[in-house]
Design a protein around this ligand. Structure first.
Ligand code: 13P
Ligand code: SF4
Length: 303
């Protein structure tokens, strides 16, 4: 139900254009409140691939809208703020990856979904934080594996799968702000709380966790676990959804510093203007799209 005039106008425009609003778990509460679907990178890609809507309003960061456009080329994908990009995705270019591939010509190339469409076009397999371990486990017969761009996700996956990975020096500038001393301090205040962290966190933080999960898997874990208190090692925006879904449980952010400025660029007002003007459109050129889609489809087949 719309709560105010702006939400009523957005609902009217959505109907007029047959649009759907997809929202990542880190978005501002006012954006999460008007989501048709809210989820992690994997869930949102799946929804983008199967929606019947004509227009997708993607509230997240640029690579997510690109992924939606790759999977649904016949849909118009628009973003409320074109400047909302992911610093980690910007840490590797297609040129960088081509060079790395030349140095390891036999290697199978796996890339995190947090990459540009041009980089995805150079991958053999895509993965998200939900399925990175499953994707690497599915490559048992491959001798050499390149994994880009997140060195910390690579470290986590390597430990879980006991595979040596050739990694890139990328990282999430938000998750690296969560430090082991943050977890230890919160654990002192809340000794019975479970610690759940994202695999983009640094290894010394991951080592202190009870569970290492994607954002939506964190939501599932919090719902299903008998524990009443949780220390959350990821971007602070997830706490809003966790509290909404579990009103009788307590959630403590590991660090107040873990705020992704790009995820906070989208507002209801910008969503209204995006729907009013049907822009900014994110469209991936056909040749890149076709190559990038192979890596994403292979991932979707594995999980
Ligand atoms: P997930 O929601 O897929 O876990 O991703 C986290 C993230 O940092 C996205 O940019
Ligand atoms: Fe990128 Fe990290 Fe922000 Fe996610 S939280 S969009 S990985 S910078």
């Amino acid at each position: 139900m719309p709560k105010n005039n702006l939400e009523t106008k957005i609902a009217g425009l959505k109907k007029k254009h047959n649009a759907v609003i997809l929202v990542h778990n880190y978005q501002l509460p006012e954006v999460q409140d008007i989501a048709d679907f809210r989820g992690d990178s994997l869930e949102l890609s799946r929804i983008a691939a199967k929606t019947n809507a004509k227009v997708i309003v993607f509230c997240g960061v640029h690579f997510m809208a690109e992924t939606a456009s790759i999977l649904s080329p016949d849909k118009k994908v628009i973003v409320p703020d074109i400047k909302a990009t992911c610093p980690m995705a910007n840490m590797i270019t297609a040129g960088d990856l081509k060079k790395l591939k030349k140095e390891h010509p036999q290697a199978t190339v796996v890339g995190y979904v947090n990459t540009s469409a041009e980089v995805k076009a150079e991958l053999d397999y895509c993965c998200t934080s939900t399925n990175a371990v499953a994707v690497i486990n599915a490559l048992k017969d491959k001798k050499e594996i390149i994994f880009v761009p997140d060195k910390y996700l690579a470290d986590y996956v390597s430990k879980q799968t006991r595979r040596k990975l050739i990694s890139w020096n990328g990282y999430c500038s938000t998750h690296v702000k969560i430090l082991p001393e943050d977890i230890k301090r919160e654990k002192k205040f809340h000794p019975f709380a479970k610690v759940i962290v994202h695999p983009e966190c640094i290894p010394s933080v991951v080592a202190l966790a009870d569970a290492v999960l994607s954002t939506s898997k964190m939501c599932q874990y919090a719902k299903e676990n008998q524990t009443k208190e949780f220390i959350i090692g990821t971007e602070a925006g997830l706490i809003y959804r966790l509290k909404q879904d579990n009103p009788t449980k307590e959630f403590y952010p590991a660090s107040e510093r873990a705020v992704c400025p790009n995820m906070k660029r989208t507002t209801q007002e910008k969503i209204f203007w995006a729907l009013e003007e049907l822009k900014e459109e994110v469209k991936v050129p056909d040749d890149i799209r076709a190559r990038a889609k192979i890596a994403i489809d292979r991932m979707l087949q594995i999980t």
